[in-house]
Write a protein that binds this ligand. Structure first.
Ligand code: CAO
Length: 629
């Protein structure tokens, strides 16, 4: 039983290509043609099929490795007589043109801007190499941008950059010198000038103003899925702009325009199946020299074996500008688009972090991760309910920052607030209540309070007043039942008190407020607040509230919108009391006025109920004697 190796076939000269997937494992019995690994350049992803059948005994690469032609991928124990002859299945694209320019003996070559569809004075928006850099053939040297597309200009040979003649902001045209490089081989001169030479002789009339665009040679693949139509009637396209994106089960490929012009009509839709010669659409050429697409290998240049299909230009072909597809607002390459389709991601919703906002695979993965994380946390701090997330910002760009870990309580509060804000249709109403009499009564009790060891603030009075209002207007003492069919009417009166603690906001609940006196309530509030600040509250002490009071009175402020603490349906916000001039019918008199705000869930409580509740509440606060009625 012979052990045989399966190696990386000719992948169009691409070097150091990422292994993004291993499709087999040791012990697998594979047939010839089975996919064993998936490789990815920045332009295309490709499956490498087994050229031998047998049992996998060793895998020589792992995901993340970089491989080139002839690197060993796996070892197989051949079944019976080894079909060892390397099948040409993944051999070089047959369409690879023979060297257009005679190999030069010189070891230094000047790389110039190739044919960029006649565009002139095109902006250099990125220079991706510098002197001393080793580049592989096909590596991007510079990125150009017209108002229609951005395009990378790839190296036409492998070697070392000697000098770079352009910088970001320069404007270049065909023939402008980009750089000089020393070729590693010595036989890799590739004159960019004859880019047009790579274009087939126009099959359609060269001077014709209308051109029927058809699917070029796609390596013999038939009935290939159209997964994207990047143009529509009326669009202006430049030569090389992607028209449609095709996908076999092995690779995705763009079909570029073979001339610049205006799309007259588009004959294909996403989901159609096409083969070589299928009509894509009709365009009027802007120049008049329409190149027939039939023989245009361009980016859809198909390998003899489409299994190792790549969008790179064939080695030693004249330099060909490669573009990442930009359709609508989406700027992404085929591999990224494929991943997005596999994951069901709408690329329009993903932010690109690549150069000039280009979408990367990691952007798609992170988008999915965020959605999963949000779903698992139950209530997203950002996003969810179809609400766009607040974009991530690198604040360190603006000054010194520090990352402070959120406490568990803070995270829970954030989740609760988001949930309440999203679920509860809030209405808030405000009033200033005259607490002059209440304060007189309270201060009159100070000595007694001290004797008892109690601290009597306005809060126990407000608790009593709210309990009385909840009894008087039971429509506030409810919760929405989760079945959406019922309201839960409560016959007890438990009120939560928002307490500010070093670890965050906690809301202990005072039970049966309606049945307790002021001293008992004062002592209980103080005990619960102390426990909260010491982190000693039990979960039971924070459950079962019917209503909440949030008092910022000791801190200041003339009013705020408290947020309903669902499943409760209302909350009272208390701000700082102040002496204000109040008109008594004859004159202005100084009165102690307490600003209060009542927020309620408008699903459970209607405005008239709220009006009654609020009026009752303010009347008992203004005259606490009414509490005993
Ligand atoms: N106007 C003027 N003075 C007020 C007042 C008001 N509305 N409310 C309280 N005061 C006074 C008190 O009378 C006390 O003064 P004296 O000692 O002279 O009597 C002083 O302010 C301090 O009161 P306190 O804060 O100790 O006691 P409290 O009963 O008013 O409040 C508690 C207790 C636990 C509610 C409060 O300490 C607290 O934590 N509040 C924060 C609540 C919060 O964070 N809410 C926001 C939640 S949502 O974002």
């Amino acid at each position: 039983m012979a052990i045989q190796t399966i190696k990386v076939p000719d992948i169009g000269g691409a070097e150091g290509v990422d292994v993004i997937e291993i499709s087999v494992k040791v012990g697998d019995v594979i047939a010839e043609g089975d996919s064993i690994v998936v490789l990815e350049t920045d332009k295309a992803s490709m499956e490498i099929p087994a050229d031998k059948a047998g049992k996998v005994v060793a895998i020589k690469v792992k995901e993340g490795d970089k491989v080139s032609q002839d690197d060993v991928l796996v070892e197989v124990e051949a079944e019976g007589a080894a079909k060892a002859a390397p099948a040409p299945a993944a051999q070089a694209p047959a369409a690879a043109p023979a060297p257009a320019a005679a190999p030069a003996a010189t070891s230094e070559i000047t790389i110039t801007v190739p044919d960029i569809g006649g565009a002139e004075d095109v902006d250099v928006i990125e220079v991706t190499v510098k002197p001393g850099d080793e580049v592989a053939e096909g590596d991007s040297l510079i990125v150009l941008e017209t108002d229609k597309a951005s395009m990378e200009v790839p190296a036409t040979a492998s070697g070392k950059i000697v000098s770079v003649s352009v910088k970001v902001g320069d404007k270049v045209s065909q023939g402008s010198v980009i750089c000089v490089m020393a070729t590693s081989g010595g036989a890799a001169e590739a004159a960019p000038a004859p880019a047009q030479a790579a274009a087939p002789a126009p099959a359609a009339s060269a001077g014709s103003a209308e051109l029927t665009i058809t699917v070029p040679d796609i390596g013999g693949a038939e009935d290939v899925d159209v997964i994207e139509v990047s143009v529509k009637a009326g669009d202006e396209v430049a030569e090389g702009d992607s028209l449609i994106v095709l996908e076999t089960d092995k690779a995705s490929m763009e079909v570029p325009a073979t001339a610049s012009g205006k799309i007259v009509s588009v004959a294909v839709n996403v989901g159609d199946k096409v083969s070589q010669g299928s009509v894509i659409g009709v365009m009027t050429t802007s120049g008049g020299a329409a190149a027939a697409p039939a023989a245009a290998p361009a980016k859809a240049e198909a390998p003899a074996a489409p299994k190792a299909e790549t969008a790179r230009p064939a080695p030693s072909a004249p330099a060909k500008v490669e573009e990442v597809v930009q359709t609508g607002d989406v700027y992404a390459g085929p591999a990224v688009r494929k991943l997005a389709r596999q994951l069901g991601v709408d690329l329009g919703k993903v932010s690109g972090t690549g150069p000039r906002g280009r979408l990367l695979k990691d952007d798609v993965r992170n988008y999915v991760k965020n959605i999963v994380a949000s779903a698992q946390s139950g209530a997203p701090v950002g996003g969810g309910s179809g609400i766009p997330r607040v974009p991530a910002v690198d604040f360190s760009k603006f000054g010194e920052i520090e990352m402070v870990k959120m406490s568990k309580i803070k995270k829970l509060t954030a989740e609760n607030m988001t949930r309440n804000w999203l679920n509860v249709p809030h209405v808030t109403q405000w009033d200033d209540v005259d607490i002059t009499e209440m304060e007189a009564f309270r201060t009159g009790l100070k000595a007694e309070a001290e004797k008892r060891g109690s601290k009597l603030t306005p809060l126990p009075f407000l608790l009593k007043a709210c309990a009385a209002a909840l009894r008087a207007e039971p429509s506030f003492n409810v919760s929405m039942h989760h079945d959406g069919e019922h309201i839960v009417q409560k016959h007890y009166v438990h009120i939560g008190i928002a307490v500010d603690t070093p670890i965050g906001l906690l809301v202990p609940v005072v039970r049966n407020v309606d049945k307790k006196g002021l001293w008992e309530l004062a002592d209980e509030v103080n005990a619960l607040a102390k426990k909260a600040r010491e982190g000693k509250l039990t979960p039971a002490e924070m459950q079962g509230g019917c209503f909440t009071i949030s008092s910022l009175g000791a801190m200041g402020g003339s009013g705020f919108t408290p947020m309903v603490n669902a499943p409760e349906v209302a909350i009272l916000g208390v701000s700082r009391a102040q002496i204000k001039p109040v008109w008594n019918g004859k004159e202005f008199v100084p009165r102690n006025m307490l600003p209060i705000s009542l927020s309620y869930d408008h699903r459970a409580v209607n405005g008239a109920d709220a009006g009654r509740f609020f009026t009752f509440l303010t009347s008992v606060i203004a005259d606490v004697r009414r509490l005993v009625l």
